[in-house]
Ligand binder design. Structure first.
Ligand code: PMP
Length: 387
């Protein structure tokens, strides 16, 4: 009544009707998340309509960029690592402990945000050829950031090795407050477990268990292994397919059982030596997180930069979906797989992060709607002509 009193006479009937409608359809949706940690997981599963129409398959994507702390699937991993360390007594909230991590960006951003919420410090070591937005974001989140030249894993200054060293130096230094913990996303089981208990079951529930294939790139391998381990347990016939950029050895590992066809040792080749602008996926060594689910990966699909760029622009143009490079790679691979399987199948993949995190690199090249993109997408959608 009070509201009606201040409403203009000519609008009162309109407002009365709107209020009555609201009252009639009101459903209590009380849903309060406990801090940013509570806003992690349960991401929407989105049907990518344009790709589904173009292939005759249902192509569904888990919108992981909507995770509530660092806006990528790494929120799940960072939280899982922190919880496990707290349970093991290795970290105590608000005690001055510092978490160290080697990351190309996403895990660092998730850790930095959750560290703020739980009273830790974050120290992030990352290669200096990643999009500048990522290190900027880390600094704004109050993380300490060390950007280092990309180097092979055998080099002690390689970003993952450096983070491990920095954590050990912290623990050994009596003048530093708290303890230093190396998060170790590549090797820790807390990584694949986050997807085994979160991403995998969510995909199963959201699809009612009706899935023919799951497609994902691998950086640490935690996503593909964790999801594969859960889905294959429930659905033994589900196909698990790796999406892999050029320069990564995982494609050969899955297809032929070897990382390289030359005599080079694992881990000595630098993925960055191959000119790819895709960030976060593709690696030249078998990490624990990839190894644990390796036997469950049925096939691999190569996706090059040109295809990823064309797909990223297609998704904006047709679906209003603005994503980063690894998401685009996933969607190319999902589309290629749809063409292999034929119409009527349901394929699930991941949209890992937003294009906003890739403005200066992946998104910096061409404008949406270029004719090169059309040719490239035509080749993806008509694989007979794909070389
Ligand atoms: N996409 C992005 C943007 C990433 O940063 C990463 C991880 N580095 C991945 C995908 C791959 O996920 P995973 O580490 O679980 O293999």
């Amino acid at each position: 009544k009070q509201l009606l009193r201040v409403t203009r006479v000519e609008d009162q009937e309109l407002l009365k009707k709107a209020l009555a409608d609201l009252e009639e359809n009101w459903k209590s949706q009380a849903d309060i998340k406990e801090g940013v940690e509570g806003a992690i997981g349960n991401t929407p599963l989105i049907k990518i309509k344009s790709l589904s129409e173009a292939t005759g398959c249902e192509i569904l994507a888990k919108a992981e960029f909507l995770n509530g702390a660092g806006n990528s699937p790494k929120d799940r991993v960072a939280l899982s690592i922190i919880h496990m360390a707290e349970e093991q007594g290795l970290l105590t909230p608000h005690s001055g402990d510092t978490i160290y991590e080697g990351t190309v960006g996403s895990t660092g951003i998730s850790l930095a945000a959750i560290c703020r919420a739980r009273g830790y410090k974050a120290h992030i070591c990352m290669p200096d050829d990643m999009a500048i937005e990522k290190s900027d974001l880390l600094l704004k989140l109050g993380a300490e950031v060390e950007r280092v030249r990309p180097a092979p894993i055998v080099d002690q200054k390689q970003f993952v090795n450096l983070a491990r060293t920095r954590a050990a130096e912290h623990t050994a230094d009596p003048l530093k407050p708290g303890r230093g913990l190396f998060a170790d996303q590549f090797e820790t089981e807390a990584n694949w477990r986050a997807h085994f208990t979160g991403t995998g079951p969510e995909i199963y529930d959201q699809t009612g268990g009706h899935i023919d294939a799951f497609v994902s790139g691998a950086g640490t391998g935690g996503t593909i292994s964790g999801v594969a381990m859960f889905l294959k347990k429930r659905l033994p016939d589900v196909k698990i397919v790796l999406a892999d950029p050029p320069g990564s050895g995982l494609y050969n590992r899955v297809k032929f059982g070897v990382m390289f066809d030359t005599k080079e040792k694992e881990g000595t080749r630098r993925r960055h030596q191959v000119d790819t602008i895709v960030e976060g996926i593709g690696i030249n060594r078998v990490t624990h997180n990839f190894d644990v689910g390796r036997e469950l990966v049925d096939d691999a699909i190569r996706v090059n930069d040109e295809q990823a760029l064309a797909m990223a622009r297609w998704l904006v143009e047709h679906d209003g979906i603005f994503v980063g490079s690894s998401s685009a790679v996933n969607c190319v691979a999902a589309t290629k797989l749809a063409k292999q399987l034929g119409p009527g199948h349901r394929i699930v993949t991941l949209l890992c992060d937003s294009g906003a995190r890739h403005l200066s690199k992946f998104w910096a090249n061409r404008e949406v709607g270029g004719s090169e993109d059309d040719v490239c997408l035509d080749q993806i959608l008509n694989p007979k002509r794909d070389s």
